[in-house]
Write a protein that binds this ligand. Structure first.
Ligand code: SAM
Ligand code: SF4
Length: 329
């Protein structure tokens, strides 16, 4: 089965925030004092998440990404990976992590066949990393980055580019891909930072492209995979490659294939909507799997044409209270 939305897009990818808690304080994501975390009872349980994934697997979902908050911060996260693996419904089980707590789980991830990780790293400069994340974990993240590469993981490095903060990191990060088999992805900053920063000046994808192209004229576009938000590029002689994600400019919405479930079980049909339905409350009201299935089919039809449409209909037009930590990035 293939699930289509109202714009004939095939929706087969779900991203789930397993927690809204985090051990870093990346300043584009949340304020220094953190966000108001949901009480634990408000978070989806692992049993609930596994049930949702079983239902979604039956209606054509083939890829799941666990994110957060920091997914490895939630107790027994590995159990959720095991139960998801046990469903035998997903071609791809991926994780986005800040890397600080990941290293000891590498053997288990390999055992489960989970070999694709997105690691967040906005700078290769220890001081700037500290300034951005407000924590001292640079060495840990670099270590895990190398371990993952050595162990043969397919690795993407996510770097949010912030005007006046880390644009000087663009070229060193690009250079890292010269000798390492990684996909370095530059992401436009979005205004989901827990209400802490107003009026962000966006460093646009087109500006990122220009900086890289200027230094590496052989930079050339690769064909994108189904649903990919990044435009990918190769550079002659490089082991790795480069991606640029126009997360704020939103030029990729016409090929969007995703549904999001926030830590407290809100369905987001678009990153820029304010949550359209509490699947947690629906499940906790005692519905059957058939009712859940019908609800997902209905919700997917609500998916807006693009992120600008979604934003127009947002309950809170600015949405500044939201943090990527609870949305799930
Ligand atoms: N804690 C994990 C991590 O940092 O990888 C997973 C959750 S984090 C919210 C997921 C992704 O969202 C990260 O790559 C992060 O850089 C990105 N992100 C967070 N806030 C963002 C923002 N305001 N604009 C763009 N990307 C953001
Ligand atoms: Fe934590 Fe990830 Fe947000 Fe950074 S981006 S504060 S690591 S959830």
């Amino acid at each position: 089965m293939q699930l289509k939305d109202s714009y004939d897009r095939t929706i087969d990818y779900v991203r789930i925030a397993v927690t809204d808690r985090c051990n870093l304080r990346c300043f584009y994501c949340m304020p220094l004092e953190g966000i108001q975390y949901e009480p634990k009872a408000h978070l989806l349980t692992y049993e609930e998440i596994t049930r949702l994934l079983a239902v979604l697997g039956n209606i054509g979902f083939r890829k799941v990404r666990f994110t957060g908050g920091e997914p490895f911060l939630r107790k027994d996260f590995i159990k959720l990976l095991e139960s998801t693996h046990g469903l035998n419904k997903y071609d791809a089980i991926h994780i986005t992590s800040n890397g600080t707590l990941l290293e000891k789980y590498i053997p288990k991830l390999k055992e489960l066949g989970i070999n694709k990780i997105n690691l967040s790293l906005d700078s290769l400069d220890a001081e700037r990393f500290k300034k951005i994340t407000r924590r001292n974990d640079f060495a840990k993240v670099i270590k895990v980055l190398h371990r993952l590469m050595d162990e043969g993981f397919e690795l993407k490095v996510n770097a949010v580019v912030m005007f006046g903060i880390n644009t000087q990191d663009i070229l060193p990060l690009v250079q890292f891909a010269q000798n390492h088999p990684v996909n370095i992805r530059f992401i436009e900053e979005m205004p989901f930072n827990g209400g802490y920063k107003e009026n962000i000046q966006i460093f646009k994808a087109t500006d990122i492209y220009r900086i890289i192209k200027n230094e590496y004229p052989s930079l050339s576009t690769q064909t994108s995979k189904h649903g990919e938000t990044a435009t990918n590029y190769i550079i002659n002689g490089f082991k790795g490659d480069i991606g640029i994600i126009p997360a704020f400019s939103r030029t990729f919405c016409n090929t969007c294939n995703r549904l999001r479930i926030t830590a407290k079980g809100e369905i987001k049909t678009c990153l820029y909507d304010s949550g359209v339905f509490s699947i947690r409350d629906f499940m906790r009201s005692g519905v059957s799997d058939e009712q859940l299935t019908a609800k997902f089919i209905e919700l997917v039809k609500l998916k807006p044409k693009n992120g600008f449409e979604a934003e127009k209909h947002k309950k809170n037009a600015l949405g500044r209270e939201e943090s990527m930590s609870s949305i799930g990035g």
